[in-house]
Design a protein around this ligand. Structure first.
Ligand SMILES: Nc1ncnc2c1ncn2[C@@H]1O[C@H](COP(=O)(O)OP(=O)(O)OP(=O)(O)O)[C@@H](O)[C@H]1O
Ligand SMILES: Nc1ncnc2c1ncn2[C@@H]1O[C@H](COP(=O)(O)OP(=O)(O)OP(=O)(O)O)[C@@H](O)[C@H]1O
Ligand SMILES: [Mg+2]
Ligand SMILES: [Mg+2]
Lengths: 256, 256
């Protein structure tokens, strides 16, 4: 049984990639075979884990179009038990390539199905939009982790995101569930951050992870070293926080 | 003669909306009739200027599809001389609606052309992607302001952005120019921010605006009051910085 998690939020810069990388790495460090899928044409999850796509190999683009098996696109990472399906800039064109297809939201689901049960967890990083790539994630996964930056604009986008999730649940993926909302980049010294956290707790209650990710410069330094923060600086508060988040994610996945 | 500026960067959360709002507001506060166009379905530029779209009126969505004149979509804001063309959630569907059209990159240009010379400046806020909405901006404007967050991932996306601009210049909009790159959210205390700023200066030299926007909590508080920071707290450092940026923008527009 593979647990499939999508890390989504159409608001830009809220910590999707940072969460996807460090959650996947923390799961792998516990010995759980984990796959990180980079479905964002920007490719930040690919470079943030230090993976360099091998030229000439099939990519996620061919796998989505059914032109190559998903298994051919997998790369090892520097973290034991962590595999990565790297991004491809051609993902930008997926919307156009799949326009004529009947079931345009199916390709990612088909690609992940073809991998069978070789992974305990699959974590998918989404681009900042609610277009076809994110729709493919909403169809393919069972659980969503929603990073919410403790800023005003981040609050605004949540109702649209929730509506989109509901319409997917009543249509193409009835099993879809929100595993939790994760407060990110929280600067405890500012009133704004406290107000936003309170607002999110008021609306979403237990759906909000107890773990909160504080603003931390170590998190923004790690990508330039091509490493998740949990291996770049395992003892820093950000690594502890992502470790705590991982425990919550495992517990919630096992409960549902 | 109307100066048309696009504020673009496919990386999410780098300060596009914050820059578009405060640049447009600062231009208006100098008595220059200015239009802020919100081409992001998230609608942050609309709410960040406190504009509430009137029900029943034509929106930017109809204007792009040629079903209503752009002039019908304009709203006043709380800032004198600043008009806003509010966003519409249906912008998400523009990619699908325009798929069959020959010249899918033309609609925004046609809509702005129809406004004639009533504005001295038009500032367009882009979504975090290089899809059809951003392509419409690249076709319709003459100048680009590119916010660059002082973070590692923000550097990664710049080469793709530059390639896209070049291909537009050699195709659908030969007049397109990069007015400048704006360093945003700079925390002078961290090495990372200094390294990123140095890297950007090394690559882009004079194209980088002298003005740098430091990280400032006032900037993230202002949207919850529905106001640009330049009116919410005119004396704070962030407002001064956006004022300085506006002087640079006016000078560069007049030189080109
Ligand atoms: N808790 C944190 N503290 C400080 N910086 C952070 C934190 N989390 C992420 N960052 C940094 O903030 C920036 C945005 O984070 P990230 O790229 O993960 O967001 P995203 O939602 O994936 O963005 P996009 O919408 O472009 O995909 C990155 O430069 C990252 O290194
Ligand atoms: N200089 C700054 N200091 C502190 N916070 C800032 C600064 N500039 C912007 N912000 C805040 O950071 C967040 C991201 O900024 P903004 O929404 O303007 O980016 P964007 O590029 O428009 O994002 P998107 O890609 O989602 O459209 C917002 O919550 C904003 O209030
Ligand atoms: Mg990302
Ligand atoms: Mg924005």
């Amino acid at each position: 049984m593979t647990h499939r998690l999508g890390v989504i939020n159409q608001k830009g810069g809220v910590g999707k990639t940072t969460t996807a990388i460090n959650l996947a790495a923390s799961l792998a460090l516990r010995g759980l075979p984990t796959l990180l899928v980079d479905l964002d044409p920007q490719g930040n999850a690919t470079s943030g884990t230090g993976v360099v796509r091998e030229e000439g190999r099939a990519t996620i683009f061919e796998a989505l179009l059914g032109q190559a098996p998903a298994a051919d696109t997998l790369h090892d990472s520097s973290v034991p038990h962590l595999s990565v399906m790297p991004s491809d800039i051609r993902l930008i064109a997926v919307e156009r390539e799949l326009m004529a297809e009947e079931r345009r939201e199916e390709p990612l689901c088909r690609a992940l199905d073809s991998l069978g049960d070789r992974f305990a967890y699959i974590v998918v990083d989404a681009p900042p939009s609610l277009g076809l790539l994110t729709l493919n994630i909403l169809r393919a996964v069972r659980h969503l982790v929603i990073p919410v930056q403790s800023e005003y604009y981040a609050l605004e986008g949540l109702s649209l995101l929730m509506e989109t999730v509901e319409s997917v649940r009543s249509g193409i993926n009835p099993d879809l569930e929100i595993l939790g909302l994760l407060m990110t980049m929280v600067d405890g010294r500012t009133n704004l951050a406290r107000q936003v956290v309170e607002e999110v707790l008021r609306h979403f209650g237990d759906k909000v992870f107890r773990t909160v990710i504080a603003r931390s410069v170590r998190l923004s330094e790690a990508p330039s070293h091509g490493q998740p923060v949990v291996t770049y600086d395992a003892r820093c508060p950000a690594s502890q926080a992502y470790g705590d988040l991982t425990s919550e994610v495992i517990a919630r996945c096992n409960m549902s």
